[in-house]
Write a protein that binds this ligand. Structure first.
Ligand SMILES: Cc1ncc(COP(=O)(O)O)c(C=O)c1O
Length: 363
């Protein structure tokens, strides 16, 4: 069976080598006579898997020694609540920059627990840019931003320069390029983009930042519980963690995030150059803040109904030639190509060729 080129925003394409390795090991993981899915999480075999996965993550992301690495459940969405619950505890004020749907959800959760100061919002122009920061509080418990906006296609190419400890959601940017963990107090990501399958979320916490976690939190929502138990307070998402380990080993085999970053830059250039030169398609996102991973695009067809029909036609015809999951997010419309690590440069070339042919036939 031919595999498609999957441009889904998440869950999304995984490296074929990883899927093959998982298939090879499905019935018998390294002579244990069991699948990783069937193993006790307290077994020596599984302990070695989670330990190795953490080691690989530390090496690949260059996570400093003074950070905890947690494998959690509940998705990135649960972190939206767990973060303020654990860290909005001193001045009970935090700064958030609103750059799209995911940071908005994070704001809504944090507002249930404290005084949230919006230090910038790009809502006025449909999230197509990153706002300047105003009224930043030096004494905020933390400053929160979404590193890469999966739906809207913007990305912080520089870490915000603020005094408060930084917390960021890197769900859709993780492992796409070098990332400086050490500038942040907390970094988190749902796995289901560049890291692995859905079901596990990684959270990195600077060790001295845990001082401010209050007592008496519900056990599962208390980061200390997971720190003290090595992410094994309860049954972890064993199989998802195992696949994350395979993905990380694969990245190491390729030479780390450096070569991936090179390929990702080539891919992004191919598609953005095409969009900027097209008379039919365009990128709605301000050039300087365009995402390396998620590329929304629209057509210049002005009439809303005709435009919607063209979008549908595009997605359908693309699917027929093996380019799948190109519909834009329902809140934005248009199209979106998520060009995560597992999409090769040749895959983006194929997409761009298809777009050129579609333009010729429909413009
Ligand atoms: C940037 C970002 N944050 C958070 C989420 C929510 O993740 P989850 O579905 O794992 O809760 C997503 C999902 O796509 C995302 O892209």
């Amino acid at each position: 069976m031919a595999r498609v080129l999957n441009f889904s925003a998440g869950p999304s394409a995984l490296p074929e080598a990883v899927l093959k390795k998982a298939a090879d090991e499905m019935l018998d993981w390294q002579g244990t006579g069991q699948s990783v899915m069937e193993m006790s999480h307290r077994s020596k075999a599984y302990e070695s898997i989670i330990k190795k996965t953490e080691e690989l993550l530390r090496v690949t992301m260059q996570i400093p020694e003074d950070y905890h690495v947690l494998f959690l459940q509940g998705g990135a969405s649960l972190q939206f609540h767990t973060i303020p619950l654990n860290f909005l505890t001193k001045t009970k004020k935090a700064d958030y920059v609103q750059t799209g749907a995911w940071s908005q959800k994070a704001v809504e959760e944090a507002q249930k627990l404290g005084d949230i100061n919006i230090v910038g919002s790009s809502k006025d122009k449909k999230w197509s840019y990153l706002p300047a920061l105003t009224n930043v509080n030096d004494d905020a418990d933390y400053f929160y931003y979404c590193y890469n906006n999966t739906i809207e296609g913007t990305q912080f190419h520089q870490v915000p320069k603020v005094k408060a400890p930084l917390i960021t959601d890197i769900s859709s940017g993780i492992l796409s390029q070098p990332f400086d963990v050490s500038k942040h107090a907390v970094v988190f990501a749902g796995a289901q983009k560049n890291l692995g399958p859905a079901g596990v979320t990684i959270t990195l916490i600077k060790k001295d930042f845990t001082d401010r976690i209050p007592g008496g939190l519900p056990a599962m929502l208390d980061y200390k519980t997971h720190i003290d138990n090595g992410s094994m307070f309860n049954t972890p998402p064993c199989y998802a963690i195992y696949i994350v380990g395979l993905v990380l080993q694969h990245i190491q085999d390729l030479g780390g995030t450096g070569p991936l970053y090179d390929a990702n830059q080539q891919k992004a250039k191919l598609i953005y150059d095409f969009l900027d030169n097209s008379k039919y398609f365009y990128s709605p996102v301000e050039k300087s803040v365009r995402s390396l991973m998620n590329v929304p695009f629209l057509t210049r067809v002005a009439d809303p109904e005709a435009s919607e029909a063209v979008n549908k036609k595009f997605v359908k015809e693309a699917e027929a030639v093996g380019l799948v999951n190109l519909a834009g997010h329902r809140s934005v419309g248009g199209m979106r190509a998520s060009i995560y690590n597992a999409i090769p440069v040749a895959g983006v070339k194929k997409l761009v060729d298809f777009m050129a042919a579609f333009e010729k036939a429909n413009a």
